[in-house]
Design a protein around this ligand. Structure first.
Ligand SMILES: [Zn+2]
Ligand SMILES: [Zn+2]
Length: 317
């Protein structure tokens, strides 16, 4: 199935979940390319059980189509801002009972994805005003929406900064990982205790990687990567050393470890908004049940994954 087909399936499924009656809304969901609004990969997505429970599993891998599930997508994980859940926003937009030619003000338009959907519904003779308090998001929305030909051609669309709401006020995020740790602060350290750290912010993803590099770095069967916001890391004792390597995709990966005992602590790709904490270094043992297993083609014989594990033979994207 190509991306157009995936988007159509997404639109119909979201339409059913939100009991949408506005015909133009399903069509708009099938047209507007979410990937152009949420910014470049990696996309940090998570389902939210607001209206449509477990809809997130209706599409199979590959994860390149993960944006077309009923997921929120992180825009700024540190500040907890996201591109909201499609079924919820579809429900809200549907309740306005919009039609062609109407005028709409969208307060808290974020990066403009749902603004573009509203613009599609009201059509060429409609008018949409997007308001966003955050200057950075407003700039992204202005940029995103200026590239929408049907908007630039016909609808008048202005993005201004107003002191009202921001995008994060629409949907409140829930932590992805339901372990017993207070979600906003995790502590960890190396084996000898010379280096200690804390990470704040919700965990975004949890991977278990069976690739050869991870077997080497962990000196064990696999690597555990808890993906967290980069800005949330704080070294609280000692100073790690850093060893760098090039990844297959050509990025430079900085790997932090204790200079005394050698425990690997975290990995970060330069200029990335996230980093990967090496799971075994956390004080509170992780619950690995929700983990996504990758590079299972290199998995050591004898490892048995739980039923219904999300797994990929190689990279997930
Ligand atoms: Zn150490
Ligand atoms: Zn790996």
């Amino acid at each position: 199935m190509n991306v157009g087909g995936v988007r159509q399936l997404y639109a119909e499924t979201i339409g059913k979940a939100a009991k949408v009656r506005t015909e133009g809304l399903v069509r708009a969901l099938a047209i507007v390319p979410r990937e152009q609004y949420v910014g470049p990969r990696p996309w940090l997505c998570r389902p939210l059980p607001l209206l449509a429970a477990n809809l997130s599993m209706y599409l199979p891998p590959p994860q390149s189509y993960r944006l077309y599930q009923d997921v929120v997508v992180a825009i700024d994980p540190v500040r907890g801002l996201n591109n909201g859940q499609p079924s919820f926003l579809a429900f809200c937009i549907d309740s306005l009972d919009l039609g062609l030619g109407q005028r709409v003000t969208h307060i808290g338009c974020g990066v403009g994805y749902y603004t573009a959907i509203i613009a599609e519904i009201v059509g060429a003779n409609g008018y949409v005003l997007g308001a966003e308090i955050d200057p950075e998001l407003a700039a992204r929305a202005r940029d995103n929406l200026s590239n929408l030909r049907q908007v630039a051609r016909s609808s008048v669309l202005t993005v201004v900064s107003l002191g009202l709401f921001h995008a994060g006020s629409i949907v409140k995020e829930e932590p992805l990982l339901n372990d017993d740790t207070p979600p906003r602060l995790r502590a960890g350290g190396c084996q000898c205790g010379a280096v200690r750290y804390e990470v704040s912010g919700d965990a975004l993803e949890l991977y278990i990687c069976h690739c050869r590099e991870c077997q080497k770095q962990a000196a064990s069967a696999f690597g555990i990567s808890l993906i967290v916001p980069r800005a949330g890391l704080r070294v609280t004792r000692g100073a790690p050393k850093v060893w760098s390597r090039l990844t297959d995709s050509g990025h430079r990966l900085d790997c932090a470890f204790c200079p005394d005992c050698g425990s690997r602590l975290w990995h970060e790709r330069r200029a990335s908004a996230t980093l990967s904490v090496k799971g075994g270094s956390l004080d509170q043992p992780l619950d690995l049940r929700p983990a996504v297993h990758i590079w299972t083609s290199r998995m050591l014989p004898g490892i048995v994954l739980p039923e219904r594990t999300t797994q990929f033979p190689g990279e997930p994207h």
